[in-house]
Ligand binder design. Structure first.
Ligand SMILES: Nc1ncnc2c1ncn2[C@@H]1O[C@H](COP(=O)(O)OP(=O)(O)OP(=O)(O)O)[C@@H](O)[C@H]1O
Ligand SMILES: [Mg+2]
Length: 447
């Protein structure tokens, strides 16, 4: 993929890190990791500082103690020295009367500091040699000779500070838990209004009756909720106004059209009068269909009813048969279903009208679905619709070339109205090329 390709594909931006998709997770990660790192850093600084000051105190203490102990041992008669040794020993060092062990030069940092401070304390009076004791990184021995020439060794195991208290890790874990809880709470407070807003916008369907957002909470949230609710009201008001204008125009147009038709009727039979009559007829249909489409756009107000499904289609069939149309009905759904009968009749009616108009005959096949829904298929053996136009014909006022040239009439709103009604009913309507020629319109109604 080229570099340009990578930057221009918004759906899949190049991702180097497994960065979470949700805002919730992103904010939570940033907050938690950030605060936890800061916390660790300050813990580390405190511990380092504690170690350093403890070392300073210890080194000073060891220097003074060793100085006075060596002075004491030097003044004692050689015979009494041995019994003083246990009393002069400390946690990190003890005295040995003798040359001690020899070894390698010092290499541990802490040992060096202790050696230096002992040298500062007693090095001027007693020449010292210091060496590490092999096998233990921080163990060393200081060798010197007392004034009477007898050897003395200070065996040291420098230690710093005191070990961490056992409860400290527990407190740290507690802090982390508290931190995680606070992060979760903060992020939830910040992202919940967004989720609610998205849900409210999702439910803003054709009937424009979205759930209203609660107008309380933090200032920013209240403002966004108020703005959203106001926008919803405005959209709904504009739509209603438009509907009313359209309905008023249609209503008022009908009167002049009727008057014109009466006048044309009284005119002498001539070709021009006949054509005028056809035009007026077309105008009337357009006006009626237009207002129906506008109404379906605005959402259907019909309440769902429990109806006998097979009876509904039989009565539809009979209406067509009575009008002398070639329509057949096959299959059965059985039982009752909850649906909007008028909308359903209108959808199937529009499909059958198309089949009759373009093929001269229509077949209706109905059947129940395993999930309790129903499928209604309207078939014909007419010219059909090319595959690339199967979706386009659902757009309002779209009529294919072939049908425009023929004297089929129509406004191109039939399928658009059917599609709007199926959307409002939560059903699906699709067109397919029928095997062997013709069109197959498939309506699936959910249980
Ligand atoms: N059964 C069919 N066979 C062939 N073409 C069809 C069929 N049904 C629809 N079409 C094509 O789809 C177009 C749109 O259909 P639609 O029902 O929306 O409009 P219409 O039938 O032309 O007019 P109206 O239904 O508003 O009177 C039609 O003009 C026609 O070209
Ligand atoms: Mg039609």
């Amino acid at each position: 993929m080229s570099a340009l390709g990578a930057t221009t594909s918004p759906a899949h931006p190049p991702r180097f890190l497994p960065w979470p998709r949700t805002l919730f997770a992103r904010l939570a990660v940033i907050l938690f990791v950030g605060i936890a790192l800061a916390q660790t850093l300050s813990f580390w600084i405190t511990m380092t500082e504690r170690d350093q000051s403890m070392t300073n105190v210890m080194v000073g203490y060891v220097e003074r103690e060793v100085t006075s102990s060596v002075a004491l041992l030097d003044h004692l008669p050689p015979a009494e020295r041995a019994e003083w040794l246990p009393r002069l020993a400390r946690r990190s060092y003890q005295f040995i009367l003798g040359p001690g062990e020899s070894g390698t030069p010092l290499d541990a940092a802490l040992s060096e500091r202790f050696a230096k401070s002992i040298a500062d304390g007693i090095g001027k009076r007693y020449p010292l040699t210091v060496n590490a004791v092999p096998g233990d990184a921080e163990r060393m021995q200081v060798h010197l000779r007392l004034t009477d020439g007898s050897p003395l060794t200070i065996d040291m195991h420098p230690m710093v500070g005191t070990p961490l208290s056992a409860w400290l890790p527990l407190v740290l874990a507690g802090q982390l838990v508290l931190l995680a809880a606070c992060c979760w709470l903060a992020v939830r407070i910040a992202t919940r209004p967004l989720k609610q807003l998205a849900e409210a916008a999702d439910t803003l369907g054709p009937d424009l009756k979205a759930t209203r957002l609660p107008e309380h909470g933090p200032d920013e949230v209240t403002r966004a909720a108020k703005a959203f609710n106001a926008m919803q009201d405005r959209v709904s008001m504009y739509m209603t106004q438009r509907m009313q204008i359209l309905a008023a125009i249609t209503h008022d147009l009908q009167t002049p059209i009727t008057r014109m038709r009466l006048r044309v009727d009284t005119m002498d039979e001539n070709p021009a009068g006949l054509r005028l009559q056809q035009d007026l007829q077309e105008m009337e249909t357009l006006v009626k269909e237009g207002v129906t489409y506008a109404r379906t756009l605005h959402g259907t107000t019909e309440a769902p009813l429990r109806v006998d499904s097979d009876a509904l289609f039989e009565s539809l069939l009979n209406d067509y048969l009575d009008a002398g149309k070639v329509v057949s009905l096959k299959g059965s759904i059985g039982g009752t279903m909850v649906t909007r009968p008028q909308a359903l009749r209108r959808i199937v009616g529009n499909l059958v009208d198309n089949a009759l108009k373009f093929a001269g005959a229509a077949e209706i096949e109905i059947g129940g679905l395993p999930d309790g829904g129903a499928s209604i298929v309207v078939l014909d053996r007419g010219p059909g619709i090319p595959a690339e136009s199967l979706e386009a014909v659902f757009e309002p006022f779209v009529r294919l070339e072939g049908s425009r040239n023929r004297q089929t009439g129509g406004t191109g709103l039939g399928l658009a109205i059917a599609r709007q009604l199926t959307l409002a009913m939560d059903a699906t309507l699709t067109l397919h090329e029928r095997e062997g020629g013709g069109l197959e319109a498939r309506l699936v109604v959910k249980a």
